[in-house]
Write a protein that binds this ligand. Structure first.
Ligand code: GLC
Length: 464
């Protein structure tokens, strides 16, 4: 799949010297989406452009599992919250009772979208349907959904779609291929809904008469969507040809749609795709991990939780610090990937306060330093000892985690030629002294780090 090769791969191959001399390549990292009226098919690079620029998105795992919130019949159930139906395990008739209790009157789509936007996120991926099969929209092909089965009765996806449109955030849907509630899928597998050795003879009927009609609803009524983010593809009945067929079918409904690798069987290595692979999907999905040197030649997105669960668990307080999360974002961007950071709202429809605090901290950092993340490509100088690096046009963004105590920030940049430096946090862009000793550049920096978590020094080539 050469068309999946991304200019970023080429970028990492060019020498540092030519990178610094290069003028901003038109179209690279820019949104070159064509107007609707032109009806011209986008190339893969054009289709992926907004996503590559975005770098940072919000994952939302929300559904009935927020009601038990990790506890069933007084017992704390191990594992991730949204798996409680399988982990407890809970028979379908019992699990269905959670729908009666799901009345998230605190849900406010504008607040969620504003929170994501203020954090610097450009897209939201929400669970339209997770493994428990429960749908967050008013599906016409089932009553196992938010409108027909709960006292709440509001179409969550519709409200979110409207809010995303208002705030210019791309709306994207997570969708589970595995379905523990549908009789033609994994429902009969209780007490192990996730039995990967079992097949359902009626599975094709589930795909044709249930899953595809549902996907058609999602694409017709809430679009245009940014991404369809599949999961649960590891079941025995799902195959790569089915994934390819589904991929093509979705692109016919929405030609600009971006689709993750879990639409087919292409989870390999670090859950990514490799350049030249013939698996369905546009990008790899490393989960809870950041590939040490990125996934060269392919697009990828790390998804991660802030604590240890995707779906809300009332007693999971194992939160990553804001500092860790900001550095993950920088680390991922420096390797050419996107960061999809999860929140698990409560049964009342609220994003937990600990998540809000972290998103606000990330937003404060992004408000100053966003330029060093959006639209950038992977570091052409690897991983320097003091932090990370991103690149755009003739600029390198040096993300300093460990601020030098001697006021000298050095990096190896063979053949760099003349460069200028300033602190990204400095609106006046006051020049920092730069000395070149052979292949080494030394930037003289103030003794105090502008940011305790990651301070950005901008290095600009002389050709602009
Ligand atoms: C895993 C889990 C699922 C979660 C997903 C997020 O595949 O099964 O619960 O939604 O990871 O990437």
């Amino acid at each position: 799949m050469t068309d999946r090769l991304y200019s970023q791969a080429a970028m990492t191959r060019v020498t540092v010297a030519s990178l610094l001399l290069a003028v901003l390549i038109g179209g690279c990292g820019q949104d070159v989406r064509l107007g609707r009226a032109q009806k011209k098919a986008l190339t893969d690079d054009e289709r992926m452009a907004w996503w590559r620029d975005a770098r940072f998105g919000m994952f939302v795992h929300w559904g009935l599992y927020a009601v038990p919130a990790g506890t069933y019949k007084g017992k704390r159930i191990d594992g991730i919250g949204e798996w409680i139906m399988n982990s407890a395990p809970i028979p379908i008739e019992e699990y269905e009772k959670f729908a009666d209790a799901f009345n998230p009157i605190g849900f406010n789509a504008d607040e969620w979208v504003r929170l994501a936007k203020n954090a610097g996120m450009k897209y939201i991926v929400i669970t339209s349907k997770h493994h428990d099969g429960f749908c967050l929209w008013d599906s016409k092909v089932t009553e196992w959904d938010i409108v027909d089965a709960t006292p709440f009765g509001r179409d969550i996806l519709a409200e979110l779609a409207a809010a995303c449109k208002r705030h210019k955030i791309k709306l994207c849907f997570y969708h589970s291929i595995m379905d523990w509630h549908h009789p033609d899928a994994q429902a009969p597998f209780y007490p192990n809904y996730n039995d990967t050795n079992r097949s359902n003879p009626n599975f094709d009927r589930y795909v044709e008469q249930y899953m595809k009609p549902q996907l058609a609803e999602l694409l017709a009524n809430y679009g245009p969507l940014g991404v369809m983010w599949f999961d649960g593809e590891w079941i025995k009945d799902w195959t790569e040809p089915k994934g390819k067929e589904l991929y093509a079918w979705l692109r016919e409904l929405q030609p600009d749609l971006i689709i993750n690798n879990r639409v087919g069987k292409g989870r390999k290595g670090m859950e990514g795709l490799s350049a030249g692979d013939d698996y369905a999907g546009d990008f790899g999905t490393p989960e809870q991990q950041v590939p040490a040197t990125g996934l060269p030649g392919v697009d990828w997105e790390t998804c991660m939780t802030m604590n240890d669960t995707w779906g809300y668990k009332a007693y999971d307080e194992n939160w990553k610090s804001s500092e860790d999360l900001i550095r993950h974002l920088v680390d991922i961007a420096s390797k050419g990937g996107n960061f999809l950071l999860n929140v698990g709202p409560t049964p009342e429809g609220l994003i937990p306060a600990a998540s809000v605090a972290r998103l606000e901290a990330m937003g404060r950092w992004m408000a100053v330093n966003g330029e060093s993340i959006y639209g950038t490509t992977a570091s052409p100088i690897g991983r320097p000892s003091w932090g990370r690096c991103t690149a755009q046009g003739n600029r390198l963004y040096l993300h300093v985690f460990d601020w030098p105590t001697d006021g000298r920030l050095s990096l190896s940049l063979p053949g760099a030629g003349a460069v200028q430096a300033h602190l990204l946090a400095d609106r006046r862009k006051a020049r920092l002294p730069v000395a070149i000793h052979g292949d080494t550049i030394v930037v003289s920096v103030p003794s105090e780090a502008p940011d305790a978590v990651a301070s950005v020094v901008v290095l600009t080539g002389n050709n602009q």
